[in-house]
Design a protein around this ligand. Structure first.
Ligand code: GDP
Length: 334
């Protein structure tokens, strides 16, 4: 198996040059290498990432979440087109842990953003499928870097607002946007308080037709709700607005607010502080994951754990002592 190189792979340099020239085909092929679990691809991926690092970071990274049906794809299509009209190059990525099970990614179906997908300055990449959320987050994080090196200056990362993936997306973005609907309680929308707390902006979508009045009401309710949260370290107070993605109303406001946010956090230093913090956290997440795999992947540890489990159940040893004992045994094995 060693160093088996799949057919059609190019040299690292060819991918790197292609990405830096903004070649979308080579960008896509490089992302495929990032997503691959083959050992030879992992080596290639490391080399590509390492070389493009100096060309990364020059974008605003925006997380977008909301329950299925809230209008994320429709919103991203309208928002993406608006950004492109402003001269931006937009990359759209997603984290979708459910795709592991259903095999259907939220962005897999490109027809949902057909117009946007056809624009030269938009790059849409379906969610990486994966083993663990940590693994998927790694792949998405590295894909962000490749897109930045390819010249995309707005990166949108979409996620379904129901679980842990929001924390992962929040951990790799500068601005977190939550899409909501009027007339449905938070519980109904499956949005956890923690997700509300992460939001830099809440947009009440589908504010059109009979829904306009209800949306205005919801806007005030969310404004009140957000006031209860402690002020964010960024110095930014979350804003609430209404929009109709389908009628292209309120889209500009979202971008204007993001620009205001960017100005504030650049001036007060939070933008870079937060990015640095995210990089360090990313490293530690990987260390933690690697250590866990090392420990639980050891055959000797696995067999000792079985014995200890029984002893703990039979009250022969306390759980605390058992944990200490096995970690000590692990330390000695080096
Ligand atoms: P997602 O699952 O969050 O990506 O939601 P979609 O973008 O697929 O939208 C779900 C449904 O809501 C579709 O039928 C859309 O046409 C509709 N929709 C999206 N945005 C709006 C909007 O602003 N107003 C109205 N009335 N319908 C919308």
């Amino acid at each position: 198996m060693k160093n088996y190189m799949p057919k059609g792979r190019l040299t690292a340099e060819e991918y790197i040059n292609g990405i830096l020239e903004g070649d979308r085909v080579l960008l896509s092929r490089a992302i495929t290498i990032i997503e691959s679990n083959l050992e030879s691809d992992k080596l290639l991926a490391k080399e590509i990432i390492q070389s493009i690092l100096p060309n990364t970071g020059n974008s605003i990274r925006i997380g977008i979440t909301g329950v299925p049906g809230v209008g994320k794809s429709t919103f991203i299509e309208a928002f993406g087109k608006h950004l492109i009209s402003k001269g931006k190059k937009v990359a759209i990525l997603s984290i979708d842990p459910t795709s592991q099970r259903s095999k259907g990614s939220i962005l897999g179906d490109k027809t949902r953003m057909e117009e946007l997908a056809n624009l030269e300055d938009a790059y849409i990449r379906p969610s990486a499928s994966g083993d663990t959320l940590g693994g998927v987050a790694n792949k998405t994080g590295e894909t962000v870097l490749l897109c930045e090196a390819a010249g995309y200056d707005v990166i949108l990362i979409e996620t379904v607002g129901v679980g842990q993936s929001e924390t992962a997306v929040h951990g790799m973005t500068d601005f977190f946007l939550l899409l909501m609907l009027s007339g449905a309680g938070d519980e109904l929308q499956g949005i956890k308080k923690g997700i509300m707390e992460m939001a830099d902006m809440v947009v009440i979508n589908k504010a059109d037709g009979d829904n306009i009045r209800k949306s205005e009401l919801a806007k005030r309710q969310y404004q009140n709700a957000l006031h209860i949260f402690p002020p964010s370290e960024s110095g930014w107070s979350p804003v609430v607005s209404t929009a109709s993605a389908i009628e292209n109303i309120g889209i500009e406001t979202v971008w204007d607010e993001i620009l205001k946010f960017k100005k504030l956090v650049t001036e007060n230093g939070y933008f870079h502080k937060n990015r640095n913090h995210q990089q360090i956290k990313w490293m530690y997440n990987n260390i933690n994951e690697a250590l866990k795999n090392l420990f639980y992947g050891s055959k000797s540890i696995a067999s000792q754990l079985k014995v200890l489990e029984n002893e703990v159940v039979e009250a022969k040893i306390s759980p605390v002592k058992a944990a200490q004992q096995i970690v000590d045994a692990f330390k000695k094995s080096f």
